[in-house]
Ligand binder design. Structure first.
Ligand code: ZN
Ligand code: ZN
Length: 331
């Protein structure tokens, strides 16, 4: 009996060729799926504090949107920010109820599809209930964050509770939820294992919306881009090893200096991302019009740390409400 006809042999060769091609092409396709490269421009717009808008002009993803910028209590161990000249707004303490500045929020946020929250602190979560009720956006965050949002009667179907480790496909983008750590405030003495409980009723005091409830980071895969977003000055190294974002939002306030080789370890683990955007570096108790010059001056050491550890990364110090395109011309 003949072993292989010419035809069978040709078929076999073809099958082997497909198998090999599949081995190499499939993983690449899978990595980018479902956000394969497209002509859509993705922009990132800084809204102050740890707040960003990420959009392709259609789908709007907000991260830690906090536009009220109340003159509120300080993080532990930090001297109060000097009051901005001409700032006559009320001063809030922990036991006060702070009302979001809906005029400012509504002037900047017209639409949102998703709101991602890194942790339950008032400078990350105060505005989220108003934004969720206004835009009907899906709010993604810890159980603690969702309990704050629930207190304001945001419908349950808008809430996706995560704990870190999830990797969810939303069609137009996908989202890897990454366990992380809070900034080491108060010279590493900051610690909170508190969580906002279920069953709270609005309005909440600042204390009630400030238990941390654990901290997350997010990897957003969107139109072929990968954006890694942090909401503060820390990370868990093993959770980010192997990620290859092209843009990373890096917490850049001074508490980063408590951390061993903060920028170096981060940028090496991420394989030297093309774009680094400092976040959570401004004086978030000052209104938008106030000078941020002292914070911008302090940020220069962060820029130098990035440049020293990852010379080919581009660092852009964002200006409020000025979109940054991810489709930057190559250098
Ligand atoms: Zn915080
Ligand atoms: Zn914060």
């Amino acid at each position: 009996m003949s072993r292989w006809s010419a035809c069978e042999f040709a078929f076999l060769k073809l099958a082997v060729a497909f198998m090999f091609a599949g081995m190499f092409i499939y993983p690449l396709a899978a990595q980018n799926s479902p956000t394969a490269t497209s002509s859509k421009q993705v922009t990132l717009t800084y809204m102050g504090t740890a707040g960003w808008e990420i959009t392709d002009g259609n789908t709007v993803i907000l991260l830690d949107p906090y536009l009220s910028r109340i003159y509120g209590p300080q993080p532990p161990g930090r001297a109060p920010f000097a009051r901005a000249a001409g700032d006559n707004r009320p001063q809030y303490g922990w036991t006060d109820v702070a009302v979001p500045d809906t005029a400012v929020i509504d002037s900047h946020i017209k639409k949102a599809d998703f709101v991602l929250v890194t942790h339950t602190h008032y400078d990350h979560v105060l505005d989220v209930p108003h934004i969720a009720l206004k835009t009907h956006a899906t709010v993604i965050g810890t159980e603690s964050t969702e309990n704050v949002v629930r207190a304001y009667h945001v419908p349950e179907e808008q809430l996706i509770t995560v704990r870190g480790g999830e990797d969810y496909d939303f069609g137009i983008f996908s989202l890897k939820v990454i366990p992380s750590l809070h900034s080491p405030l108060d010279h590493k003495h900051y610690f909170s294992s508190a969580t906002a409980p279920a069953g709270m009723k609005a309005p909440l005091t600042l204390e009630q919306m400030h238990p941390e409830g654990g901290t997350l980071a997010y990897l957003i895969r969107f139109h072929g881009h990968q954006i890694l977003a942090f909401g503060g000055m820390n990370y868990i190294e093993r959770e980010i090893e192997g990620l290859t974002p092209d843009a990373v939002l890096v917490g850049a306030a001074s508490s980063r200096k408590e951390i061993y080789d903060y920028a170096g370890r981060l940028l090496r683990d991420l394989h030297f991302p093309a774009l680094v955007l400092p976040t959570h570096w401004d004086n978030f108790t000052a209104p938008y019009g106030a000078s941020q010059q002292p914070a911008i001056d302090a940020l220069q050491s962060f820029v130098q740390e990035v440049t020293a550890s990852s010379p080919n990364s581009r660092v852009i110090v964002p200006k409020y409400f000025e979109p940054i395109s991810l489709d930057l011309p190559s250098r």
